[in-house]
Design a protein around this ligand. Sequence first.
Ligand SMILES: [Zn+2]
Length: 143
Amino acid sequence: MTATSSVGGADLRREADRVVNEVAQELRTLDEGAAWFCRLSPADRREVLRLVGGYAMQAHVTAADSRAGVARSGVRPTANPAVMICMDPPRSGFCGLPADEHVTAFRVLVAVFGVADTRRRRTCCKGACGHAWHHLSAAAGEP
Ligand SMILES: [Zn+2]
């Protein structure tokens, strides 16, 4: 074993899951999420981008979700990750972008996923679904 700061594997996936869904559900800001991302090793960042890119695709982002998400992300609409997500259908392969675009890719993907997932929570789920990741606030006590 080497002394890198890579988390990798199941632990990284669990942590990424939590951070991304907390940002999507506005329990944490996008800046806080990006700060978490910046502390990861380059290899872990690529893994997280692959993961979050998958979530965004699973959430069936629409072109409108992408535009709203990009606007919310604080990333320029002309930046590569913003252009990729706004294509119809959205491009994937964000982990293949140059390393200096990984943070903007993360911001764009999480923001767009947040828009699509919020729509889904309000329409299909309505607080009565079996998606474990839609019940994060329940752990913090009922309102
Ligand atoms: Zn749900």
